[in-house]
Structures are given as C-alpha cells and as structure tokens.
Design a protein around this ligand. Structure first.
Ligand SMILES: [Zn+2]
Length: 290
C-alpha cells in the first residue's frame, strides 16, 4: 500500500489462558505461526513470584493495565485489596482518550465481566462487552469458549470495532484437569482454529483493504508438567507475546528486540494513535519501534 493511503488502524488482542510458550513453540499451530511470520514471537517471563504470583487474575491484570502487580496490587484471584481501579484496562483508557475508538471485549472467565475477585477487569470504556458465565455450562470453558468465538467472529467481521480483546479459557482447564499432555495439546489446537476463524472474518471485511490490523496474542502464565500454577517455577512463569499484521505491514515496521506482557497495551495504543491520560500509569513500552 502506498504511504499516502489513509488506513484505519485496528487492534485485536487474543488471550489464551495458561498456554506454555515452550509447548506452543513445539506445536507451532498454523494460524499463530503465520501471524508470527508476519511479525514477531517473543518468549516472555512473568516477574519473580513474590512480585507476580502466577495466578490468572494477576497475569491478565498486568497485561490489560500495562503495569506489574507492584502497582496494580492484584496479587491473587481474590484480589481483595487491589488498586486496579487506579490502572484501568487498556481498552477503557483508549476510549477515554478518544471516544471515537470503538472497543469490544469478549470472555467467559469470571474476572472479566463479574464482581468475582478483582473483577470486572474490563471497565466502562469497553463499549461492547460480551460476557458469558462459564459456570452455567456443563463443560465450562469448553462450552463457553464456543459462544465467545461465535460472537467474536460475527462482530469482528460485521461490526466496526477498532480495539478488541477476546479471551479463551479452555487451555487452562485442560492443563488443570489432565496435565501438560494430549488433551492440553488438543485444546491449544482448538484455540488456534478459533483464531483462524477471527482472521478469516477480518480478512473478509469489505473494508479490509483500507484497514491496518495488528493482532497480538498472549497468555497469563504457564503450567507445571502435571498441571497447576501459582508458584515460581520456570514452567509456570513462562509466557509469550506474538504480534503481527494481517495483510501487508505498514512500511518501515520494526519490532523491539525484547518484550514483556506489559508492553501489549502501549503497543496497541501506538498503533491506534491514541495517548491515554498519564494519571493512569503504564510501565511498558511499545513493541513497534518505527
Ligand atoms: Zn490463567
């Protein structure tokens, strides 16, 4: 595309709960691999466990806010004394800085859409929020993730959201129930197929040629070989960030050599061209270095 073409920036962040970077690199499912081929795949690590227990609410709070738990103070899935209200989620901050930015979140974990623990982590600036209570479904995330992808596929293809976060939890459940083995690998494969559905929906948009879609993929923590997390082993602390453009990358795109999960929020804001209010801290840096 020529530099004079006015393109509309779009960002999709996809969260897969409890996916180990080493396992993902070994499996290398086709959709996430193709996004990495058009961008970068960073192995990342959660901070020491005394700063960041490898718990779900902790990991997603850090990613969504761009600060580590020493600032947001979500230190467990209970999160009784946290300060997350002082470090709102990245979609809310983008919307507050520019209300023309259309924000969309979809998830079925309790922390995102209910008062459970530190929730709801997706705040008032997530203007379209699809949330299912996974407890209402017999197979939990294995069922509710299907509802999330049906919603995301439709909305990303047919509606006009600029900044989206879509979360899937089946991978974490599979590791808890069966350890890191065949069931877990199969769940990762299903997440990749869901990612493929979103990519196809986006690339089929009638306006796709005038849009610049940055897709970012990440997780909140790893798992012990036998399943389970919360401690400070390398297996539990390992995470990843994959970022890439669908279609042609903007000219002269360069990526940072190193990444942390708190870099996702400022990367999204940089691509969207939005500067959230600085009274809300962000300690990450954009991974787009052009
Ligand atoms: Zn988790």
């Amino acid at each position: 595309m020529s530099p004079s073409t006015a393109v509309r920036p779009k960002v999709l962040v996809v969260g897969w709960d409890g996916v180990r970077d080493d396992v993902l690199r070994e499996l290398r499912p086709s959709t996430i691999a193709s996004i990495a081929d058009n961008g970068r795949w960073w192995s990342t690590t959660q901070p020491d466990v005394d700063v960041a227990p490898t718990k779900t609410a902790v990991g997603w709070s850090s990613m969504l806010s761009g600060v580590w738990p020493d600032t947001h103070q979500v230190l467990s899935n209970e999160g009784e004394h946290h300060l997350f209200h002082r470090t709102p989620d990245m979609l809310t901050r983008a919307f507050c800085a520019d209300p023309s930015i259309r924000t969309y979140g979809a998830a079925s974990a309790l922390i995102f859409g209910s008062e459970y623990g530190p929730g709801p982590l997706l705040g008032a600036g997530v203007r379209t929020l699809t949330w299912f209570d996974r407890r209402e479904y017999p197979r939990g995330f294995a069922d509710s993730d299907q509802l999330v992808i049906d919603d995301a596929e439709r909305r990303l293809g047919e509606e006009d959201h600029d900044f989206s976060f879509v979360y899937f939890g089946e991978t974490d459940s599979a590791a808890h129930d069966h350890g890191v083995g065949d069931e877990y690998f199969a769940a990762i494969g299903r997440q990749d197929e869901r990612l493929a559905r979103m990519v196809r929906a986006i690339e089929s948009r009638p306006t796709f040629a005038e849009e610049s879609w940055l897709v970012i993929l990440t997780t909140d923590h790893g798992h012990l070989d036998g399943g389970g997390h919360g401690g400070g082993s390398w297996q539990e602390r390992q995470t990843y960030v994959v970022a890439g453009f669908l279609g042609e990358a903007p000219t002269a795109t360069t990526w940072a050599d190193q990444a942390e999960n708190i870099d996702i929020a400022p990367t999204a804001w940089a691509h969207l061209g939005v500067e959230p209010d600085r009274r809300w801290p962000c300690h990450g840096h954009s991974l787009l270095t052009h």
